[in-house]
Design a protein. Structure first.
Length: 263
């Protein structure tokens, strides 16, 4: 669902663009360019550019369901951020579809544009290993600082484990008092049918002293994360059924899928 906001429901392509801009803004999301082309409600193109948007673990895009107010179609729809930032880590995210069917729901001030179906489309998320290392470094430093531990370095290794899964090993070098020690977080990441990442098999190993010290506050957190899912594309419309989901490890971690009525 994509948020819309305005005094009245849109009746032109320009009014739809403005309503979407206001909806994203109300949710704290910057959308530098939203364009709708064609004779509303049968658009030739709807493009939502989220490049530069800053997202955190606490951000949630507003969405409002309700009775259908209007049907909207687009010969081509795209929504992308190249890059957008999650916890300051840059990633590339893109959703594109042809022959897209949508509907407007809710009230004009707090409504939604819901993507219901498409003839064909793709969705992808890509993040470099370096960006993931930087993200892990900041998250580890935040958690460790509360225990008087200084995180000096983080190195991430990914290994392909089938078409939808990768195993990972994150090696952290930390300073405790005047000594340096190593700790490693290991586990597996799998992508489900809803384009969520699921963590499993989480474990710790490394130097005994730092493992015992850090484990006392990390293991309860790992137990909370075990089996938990995280959405890879926060703006992926819930009604779209994905297929051909694939994870690849190159110099970057790339997750992609297809959707739509076409083969």
């Amino acid at each position: 669902m994509l948020p819309i906001s305005g005094e009245t429901f849109p009746v032109t392509a320009q009014e739809l663009s403005t309503a979407l801009e206001r909806g994203f803004s109300a949710g704290g999301i910057s959308a530098p360019a939203i364009t709708a082309e064609g004779a509303y409600p049968q658009l030739t193109k709807l493009s939502i550019d989220l490049t530069g948007a800053q997202l955190t673990r606490d951000d949630r895009l507003r969405s409002f369901d309700g009775a259908s107010a209007a049907a909207v179609t687009a010969e081509h729809f795209e929504m992308f951020g190249e890059p957008l930032y999650f916890e300051k880590a840059p990633l590339k995210a893109r959703l594109a579809g042809d022959g897209v069917q949508m509907r407007i729901t809710g009230d004009p001030q707090v409504g939604s544009l819901v993507l219901e179906s498409a003839a064909a489309g793709t969705v992808s998320v890509e993040v470099t290993i370096e960006a993931l290392e930087s993200l892990l470094q900041s998250l580890a430093a935040e958690a460790a600082a509360k225990q008087g531990i200084e995180v000096k370095k983080t190195q991430l290794t990914l290994k392909q484990e089938g078409p939808r899964a990768v195993s990972f090993r994150a090696e952290v070098t930390a300073k405790i008092f005047v000594m340096s020690a190593a700790l490693a977080l290991t586990g597996k990441l799998e992508i489900d049918d809803e384009f969520n990442a699921r963590l499993s098999g989480l474990g710790l190993d490394g130097d005994a002293m730092v493992t015992n010290l850090a484990g006392s506050f990390l293991r309860p957190r790992l137990q909370q994360l075990e089996g938990r899912t995280f959405p890879l594309f926060a703006f992926l419309p819930a009604g779209l059924k994905l297929r051909d989901i694939e994870v690849t490890v190159t110099p970057a971690l790339h997750v992609q899928a297809r959707f739509g009525r076409g083969a």
